[in-house]
Design a protein around this ligand. Structure first.
Ligand code: PEP
Ligand code: CO
Length: 443
């Protein structure tokens, strides 16, 4: 069978950088093609099997990380803090909602950003927009904003470093369930969510001690499966990292376990959808409030023609005021078509606004409201609320307002560090996890 990974090239591709030197880009692509895979096809298949369980209603996805990872952010501390927060959230969900949690980072590759506007203006100066560390620099200077293809290679190496840390932390003892308290040690005194978590960790300790006394100490308690994902926006990069799997002869994008198509690049007949149709990874598509039933059904036909469960997740990002109006028809008609999809709620991207200080922010209450709407819609239709997709960090930033620490708009400037969209901090992330667990239990 001949596999054509180039078919997207004759189609319109939105949000691609204007590389000043195509020759330099081609050299970089050749270099990337010769580099080892970051993940293995078999691991992608394992994730697909876990997502098939989500599709059947037997597991729940927790997917999250920075809006935009940065090369400077690939430090042991930053990666550990994100992982720790995600593990704490997963524990809350597993224990309180009694559901297996599929853990996926927006990590180790989330370096490219689609932009609503091609330029950014500050104090009358207009420059090309920042498109993620994979493309150009965040500094507001003309030099930094020129797309540089060498950054694609840096993105690969930064992904490798991050993935190595993730693998070491999750397989080397740090993710052992006996660490449930240790993850919270620095946090318990600081925040209401930390205190609430501590209580739950105590209960888990009791249960573990009981199980050990019974002679049960399964392998699952000592390591966790953790998967990587990113928006596969820069098609030259993701294609250069696509390899034919020697077991199956099929192409996999080995830059991450899962990749998704963003809201701005999901047009049928365009390049991103075409490229995604040619790879065998589990994939996601973001669906905003303007998505029609026909759009969703056509995406299913193109991206999952064999109706393979676990292959396709729809990540809805409607906004709190819209989800109860727009989601029901989509879920109802897609379900009636017989299509197997996992439904994941991104409660972040429909709820962004600008504070008077000029900071882009989100209210935790809006995030919680969108998640509640997501659960209501699925409950009413008898379908499965399959997971959440969030932007968060393990550090104590002040980028979103609300939560147990009661961050207000006036606090945003205290510690606003994101390279793109505002992220939940650790306390807000745990607040969200407790709320989702409640909603799941009563769904
Ligand atoms: C994102 O996930 O950071 C993003 C840009 O989302 P969306 O494509 O849904 O706008
Ligand atoms: Co974002």
């Amino acid at each position: 069978m001949s596999i054509n990974l180039d078919s997207w090239r004759s189609l319109p591709a939105a949000q691609q950088p204007e590389w000043p030197d195509r020759g330099a880009l081609e050299q970089v692509v050749t270099k990337l093609q010769g580099l080892p895979p970051l993940v293995f096809a078999g691991e992608c298949d394992n994730l697909k099997a876990e997502l098939a369980a989500v599709t059947r209603g037997e597991a729940f996805v927790l997917q999250g990380g920075d809006c935009a990872e940065t090369f400077a952010g690939a430090t042991a501390d930053a990666v550990r803090n994100k992982l720790k927060t995600l593990l704490q959230m997963a524990i809350v969900l597993t224990y309180a909602a009694k559901v297996p949690v599929v853990k996926i980072g927006r990590m180790a590759g989330q370096f490219a950003k689609p932009r609503s506007k091609g330029t950014e203006t500050r104090a009358g100066v207009e420059l090309p927009a920042y498109r993620g560390d994979m493309v150009n620099g965040l500094d507001f200077t003309p030099e930094a904003r020129i797309p540089d293809p060498e950054r694609l290679v840096q993105a690969y190496h930064s992904s490798a470093v991050t993935l190595n840390l993730i693998r070491a932390f999750t397989k080397g003892g740090y993710a052992d369930l006996r660490q449930v308290h240790a993850w919270n040690q620095d946090f318990v005194a600081e925040s209401p969510a930390g205190k609430r978590y501590e209580q739950l960790a105590r209960e888990i300790d009791q249960a573990l001690a009981f199980m050990r006394a019974c002679g049960a100490d399964p392998e699952e308690f000592h390591t966790v499966e953790f998967y990587s994902s990113h928006e596969a926006l820069i098609l030259d990069y993701d294609q250069a990292l696509t390899r034919i799997d020697s077991r199956t002869g099929l192409p996999y994008d080995v830059s991450a376990h899962m990749v998704w198509i963003g809201e701005r690049t999901r047009q049928l007949g365009n390049a991103h959808v075409e490229f995604f149709a040619s790879i065998r990874n589990p994939i996601g598509v973001k669906l905003g409030p303007t998505t029609s039933v026909d759009d969703a059904l056509a995406l299913i036909d193109k991206l999952n023609p064999d109706n393979e469960p676990g292959r396709l997740s729809f990540i809805t990002r409607m906004g709190a005021p819209k989800i109860r109006k727009h989601l029901p028809e989509l879920v109802e008609k897609v379900t009636a078509s017989g299509a197997q999809v996992a439904w994941i709620c991104d409660p972040m991207h429909g709820n962004t606004f600008e504070a008077p200080s000029g900071h882009k922010t989100r209210r935790l209450d809006d995030v919680l409201d969108e998640v509640a709407g997501f659960f209501e819609v699925h409950r009413a239709l008898g379908t499965h609320p399959g997971g959440i997709h969030i932007e968060f960090t393990g550090d104590d930033v002040t980028e979103c307002v609300g939560g147990g620490q009661e961050i207000v708009e006036g606090d945003l400037a205290l510690r606003y560090e994101t390279a793109c969209d505002p992220r939940l901090n650790r306390g807000q992330s745990l607040d969200l996890a407790f709320r989702v667990a409640e909603l799941y239990r009563s769904a």
